[in-house]
Design a binder for this molecule. Structure first.
Ligand code: DAH
Length: 349
């Protein structure tokens, strides 16, 4: 039996069928129900226990050899058939497919994030549907204070809870400053974060205003944070974003959640300060609001205002983008016109 197996092994190893029919004949001969392997196993039953010890292994190996030879050749013929069927001309050039491009607001948002990340800021996010506390009250907007009118709000109707007169304290957030509150409420200082997101205001849509737009909020709270830190951080940011030599100036301003408050202008990126349409011939354009976080806000968020100080700032991504790409109509950002979008080179691969 050993001799027989040796002989068949040589035959199998040398087997090279020209087509699938020859392979099928091979299968029937060796692996079929009345095939050689079946027959050998029958013979094996009648051998002595002595012989069984050596032959068992040999026989199994032989069976594996036949099976794997068959399997390999079968796959070979199948793939040859499917290539033939598809009738593919492999020399034809491939078909390109269109990749999208990143939205200009995403490009600029990512650039802003990268700059602040290098300064150790982390990225935080919050919900777009907010309650009055996070959007207004915690940020030191008193209930009847006219400051609330600074921002026209979209309220979200919802059933009044027990004891509530009006179900009007849920709204689409009017600014990303609400995320400051959530961050401070949920952790312990120090905080150093930027918070990008979409915000909503009840405005008629025009080239210069929209009912939704995007902001990036910044917050830095620790012991001994000063206005000098605020100025230097924002100065550095502007140099990175718009290039070395961009001038900055701070003007006193008012926000309920910062004291003192300021607005920051930069020298016009279009005319470099000479005067143009973009800067209304002043040479300066405002890019953000900022200030030292009001101690009332810290207290509202459970932070010890005697121990900690900090600064905050908020900027509109649309405004920052306009100054980079000179986009004169805000509506372009949300119309999804491919002719507009494809002009922005991106790193998408
Ligand atoms: N939340 C303000 C707005 O929407 C922007 C802002 C101003 C944010 C001053 C700040 C800040 O954090 O300190 O107009």
């Amino acid at each position: 039996m050993q001799d027989q197996i040796n002989q068949y092994t040589t035959e199998i190893e040398a087997f090279a069928p020209a087509n699938a029919d020859e392979l099928e004949a091979f299968r029937i001969k060796f692996l079929g129900t009345k095939g050689i392997i079946k027959d050998l196993f029958e013979q094996f039953k009648n051998t002595t226990p002595e012989e069984k010890r050596t032959l068992g292994k040999v026989l199994n190996q032989f069976k594996q050899l036949a099976e794997s030879k068959y399997q390999t050749l079968k796959e070979h013929f199948e793939s040859a058939v499917s290539n033939q069927k598809a009738d593919i001309d492999l020399t034809l050039p491939g078909e390109g497919f269109a990749v999208g491009s990143r939205h200009p607001l995403s490009l600029v948002r990512n650039e802003i994030i990268d700059i602040f990340k290098r300064l150790g800021f982390v990225v935080a996010e919050g919900p777009e549907i907010e309650d009055d506390w996070h959007n207004f009250s915690a940020l030191n907007f008193p209930p009847e204070h006219p400051a609330r009118d600074m921002q026209d709000t979209f309220f979200v109707s919802h059933p009044a809870k027990e004891g509530e007169d009006e179900a009007s304290n849920i709204a689409l957030r009017t600014h990303t400053s609400s995320v400051q509150v959530r961050m401070m409420e949920s952790g312990k200082p120090p905080f150093r974060a930027i918070m990008p997101g979409r915000v909503y205001r009840n405005e008629a849509i025009s080239a210069r205003a929209h009912c939704f737009f995007h902001q990036v909020e910044g917050l830095y709270i620790d012991e001994n944070v000063s206005f000098a830190d605020l100025k230097q951080t924002l100065y550095h940011f502007v140099q990175e974003l718009y290039g070395e030599g961009t001038q900055v100036r701070f003007r006193p301003s008012y926000f309920p959640f910062t004291e003192p408050s300021a607005e920051m202008d930069i020298s016009c990126t279009i005319c470099k300060g000479a005067g143009c349409n973009m800067c209304k011939y002043t040479g300066w354009v405002e890019i953000l609001g900022c200030g030292m976080v009001d101690p009332n806000v810290l207290t509202n968020c459970g932070i010890d205002a005697d121990k900690y100080t900090g600064f905050a700032f908020g900027m509109g991504i649309e405004r920052i983008t306009n100054l980079k790409y000179v986009i004169r109509d805000l509506r372009l950002f949300s119309e999804n016109d491919v002719r507009f979008l494809k002009q922005f080179k991106t790193d998408i691969v």
